[in-house]
Design a protein around this ligand. Sequence first.
Ligand code: ADP
Length: 490
Amino acid sequence: MKIAFVSSEVVPFAKTGGLADVAGALPKEIENLGNEVKVFMPKYYSIDENKYNLKYNNAIGEMFIRTGGHTKSVHVFNGKLPGSNVDIHFIDYPPFFHRHQIYTDDWDEDERFILFQKAVIEFLQRISWAPDVFHINDWQTALMPILVKDNYSWDKLFDKSAFLFTIHNIGYQGRFSQDTMFRAELNGAYYYPGGPLEHEGGVNFMKGAIHFSEILTTVSETYAKELLTAEYGSGMQDFLMMRKDDLYGIINGVDYDIWNPETDRSIPFQYSMSDLSNKIENKKHLLQQMNLDFDPNIPLIGIISRLAIQKGFDIVSHVINELVHLNAQWVVLGSGESKYEDMFRSMAYNFPYKVSFYQGYNNDLSHLIEAGADMFLMPSRYEPCGLNQIYSIKYGTVPIVRKTGGLADTVQDWNEYNTYGMDIGNGYSFNDYSGYALLHAVQRAINDFHNKPVWHKIQMNGMQKVYSWKYSAEKYAELYARAIAKKKGN
Ligand code: ADP
């Protein structure tokens, strides 16, 4: 199969979250299964051409693409996904993509990604490459089905192309005013109250993809079920309900070339299941780096996160005083909403021997925290898949999570599952979205930490588990075939 994989972020070129991890890893595995994949992303300012050996695409040269009633001069750069032969094409239009960050609140945010999507389509036209499936991801690519089926329907090239739309996070839908119809030059017939592109009086990119894609997926089975409810569906639940037979949950894999304590070059001491002594060396190193003292009897709890309400920091704030008085140390890496940055900054200031906060994004430190912490806290309000808990499991860092979305699918509570003598308890989880439920789970973990055989067993139950991309890629490949069959009308 020929697959066009379109994403607004791809590791290692640009990343704000899990989407980039997926886009950097899944296409390689899809190609390993014997398919041909081309990846597309915008060429952001932060992407270093020389470092990644990107080459200007001379054969294509200048593409004139219309958005918002104006023609724009767009170029393409070619590269490869590192460690593979997968082509990646970068859409270059500096006025749109050379901004201070990947996503903005600028007035033309819609147009930035309309241009991106049109450029992908027009590039494919120029190289006469018809994908069997467009695998599109999140709102930044969600207009592609309607663009192909309507604006570009004159081109028979894409007549057989099917669409698979993956929802990585329903919290971001691409909601804009009606003007977006004009900027994208979309057919007004799709915009009427309750129509495929209209939602709550504006244009909704995601709704368009939900309506027009052959297959819909999201990144865990539990989240696929949750999306059909008012609590988690963020207003899309009714439209998803109508498509529920075409909605699947596939858990993200992990790129174990990057996230493996046996080979991880971002940590000073590599280790494996058979010998965890170097994990303690990493803990010492991490504590030193974060200005905390080492005590083998005090567990270290790590947090690496966007500091957004999605991630559960409101319930953390409700019990922050109780948490900080537990017999534990904390290292927190993240940035986001200022009230949560302030909360952790003030905790680090008031309890300097217990709490250390690094505000910002730091890839090396994130590896060191995964390796050096004893526990990892992820109390998300909702979590489509979540990656850090899966990394934690692999690093013998016991996750404490809220039982939602991908967290529910990957973390099995030690107390709950051990009761039946099963060998799968690999962490701690709680149901209620409340500070006290969170506190109780952390207390349970701290109690068990002092029981060394139990703790070691929980670590081992996790470390032996493999979330390979190969497995998930096979599932995606099955769904590509299904999308193609649906498109054909079988
Ligand atoms: P989301 O995509 O919702 O942010 P995920 O758990 O799916 O959450 O993915 C987050 C990814 O971003 C992980 O790879 C995590 O390690 C990384 N990450 C998040 N915040 C930071 C940070 N401040 N510094 C380094 N890496 C971070």
